[in-house]
Design a protein around this ligand. Structure first.
Ligand code: HEM
Length: 494
């Protein structure tokens, strides 16, 4: 039997099983399921997802409401699309919804067994979050290593200066990725993982991008768990290779450091790597490698794509760019680099970052969650084992909350207290509740510093004489929402 026949045979068996199962089990609870589109046999509503699930789910929510249920193959998926319901799920009933729904592909290299992003909340997850919150992302720690990040901004601006002299375009996403990567690698193990003026970041970036794309791809196995062994799209297998490369890289860096510490016969605490190695009673090498994998995968692509989207919006909206440049010139001085301590003095720059995160949230459906028992929400039942998605992208575009929701208008945040820190459910690019992004304190320093420095040091025009209004703003769905066409812009001095 070839693979296709086997898959078809299995799907047929599943259909029969499903029909029987739904007749027996769901006869009672089905009426309490949130409303949703009628499923077709076997595949349910899978075809409704398309290649941009954030958009198709937002469209469906207009008909079926802010809490809706879909049948994706065998899996019931509940989608949340309003601030009130997001607050219910992420804050009021946070504990019930804090377990992750683990995509099958994340079982590659058994990563999900050690990963802070995928472990269930009790025990291991709690201690990992405690370790990273106090040793990596606390205000004191971040203040202590900000000069390292400042150097990376200087290198970025020197590289852009060279492109300016040569009159060549900068790939903003790539440059921002290298900078974010080196921000992180310097914060964590005091070394650069990439050289901005060479293509050495390429492989790492391709690895991270591929991890995000593969992990975000609709995978048949997630909808028909019975196919898990076959892995028909090969997603888990490809992730095994990508994870293997990343884990080897981090394993090598840990071994080098252990050797150095042995030679020096000292357990210094110079950086995050030292701190973690000094806590070997709390965290072992396997967990450290997985933690680094999580931090680099979750922290680089999200940060650099946010910078790229914000820059794209500014280049498409020259009036906003002009106002941002005027604020920087007035408060910081033309041509100067932005320091992390300057951010509080730059309300318009902060508003630009929020507006970019509202329109282009880096993780549009947050990370999927599940429930371990049936949970009641607004009179509906979210059944045990279902996948729960919060559509942060749709919430950021809701016309009942946001005036002109698709228009880039940073001004809307100048008179508003709404912030991204997980308290205002109309704007949740970092999620909320106990599983809120732990990297938030670092991200809200990195994004404005890089963006502000790029626009304060140079004037910009789009490559190929493209007019601002012609800039392609299409996105590409993965776990992170990338710009489909990389932003390429030429720096110059007026
Ligand atoms: C603009 C930048 C970033 C955005 C928009 C972002 C967004 C998110 C979102 C939406 C989640 C899921 C939250 C939820 O399910 O409620 C998340 C989780 C996570 N993020 Fe970020 N992130 C960013 C930067 C970072 C950075 C810089 C790091 C670390 C260096 C990081 C590490 C993580 C980790 C480890 C998790 C999993 C947390 C858990 O499940 O307990 N992120 N992030």
């Amino acid at each position: 039997m070839d693979l296709l026949s086997l898959v078809l045979y299995l799907l047929l068996t599943i259909t029969l099983f499903q029909v029987f199962h739904s007749l027996v089990r769901h006869s009672k609870t089905r009426s309490k399921l949130p409303p949703g589109p009628a499923p077709v046999p076997v595949i349910g509503n899978l075809l409704k997802l398309g290649d941009k699930p954030h958009k198709s789910l937002a469209e469906l929510a207009k008909t079926h409401g802010p809490i809706m249920s879909l049948k994706l193959g065998q899996i019931t998926t509940v989608v949340i699309s309003s601030p009130a319901l997001a607050k219910e799920v992420l804050q009021k009933q946070d504990l019930a919804f804090s377990t992750r729904f683990i995509p099958n592909a994340l079982q590659a290299k058994e990563h999900c067994k050690y990963s802070v992003a995928w472990l269930p909340v009790p025990n291991q997850w709690r201690s990992l979050r405690k370790i990273i919150n106090s040793n990596i992302f606390s205000g004191g720690r971040l203040d202590a290593n900000q000069t390292l990040r400042q150097q990376k901004v200087e290198e970025l601006i020197a590289y852009v200066g060279k492109c300016c002299e040569d009159g060549v375009a900068v790939d903003i996403g790539r440059a921002a990725f290298t900078t974010s990567l080196n921000f992180l690698s310097n914060t964590i193990f005091s070394v650069d993982l990439a050289d901005i003026s060479h293509d050495s970041t390429r492989e790492f970036r391709d690895l991270v991008t591929n991890v995000m794309l593969e992990a975000g791809k609709p995978n048949l196995v997630d909808y028909f768990p019975v196919l898990a062994k076959i892995d028909p799209q090969g997603i888990r297998q490809r992730l095994t290779v990508h994870f293997g490369k990343l884990l080897d890289l981090f394993g090598g860096l840990i071994d080098e450091r252990l050797k150095l510490r042995n030679l020096q016969k000292a357990n210094a605490e110079n950086d995050v790597m030292d701190i973690l190695l000094n806590r070997s009673h709390e965290i072992d090498k396997t967990h450290i490698k997985s933690l680094f994998l999580d931090l680099f995968v979750a922290g680089t692509d999200t940060t650099s794509s946010t910078i790229e989207w914000a820059m794209a919006e500014l280049l498409q909206n020259p009036e906003n760019l002009k106002r941002a440049k005027a604020e920087l010139e007035q408060r910081i001085g033309k041509g100067k680099l932005i320091q992390e301590s300057d951010i509080s003095e730059l309300p318009y720059l902060r508003a630009i970052v929020k507006e970019a995160m509202r329109i282009h949230p880096a993780v549009p459906l947050l990370l999927p969650r599940t429930v371990e028992t049936d949970v009641e929400v607004y009179g509906y039942t979210v059944p045990m084992g279902s996948q729960v998605l919060v559509n942060a992208w749709a919430i950021g575009k809701d016309p009942s909350i946001w005036k002109h929701p698709t228009t880039f208008m940073p001004e809307r945040f100048l008179e508003s207290e709404v912030d991204v820190r997980g308290q205002d459910f109309e704007l949740i690019p970092f999620g909320a509740g106990r599983r809120i992004c732990p990297g938030l304190p670092l991200a809200i320093r990195m994004v404005p510093v890089v963006l502000g420095s790029l626009i304060n040091s140079f004037d910009w025009k789009l490559e190929g004489g493209i007019a601002p209004e012609e800039l392609d703003m299409e996105d590409k769905f993965g776990i992170t929402l990338q710009k489909a066409q990389p932003l390429r812009a030429i720096p110059f001095h007026m």
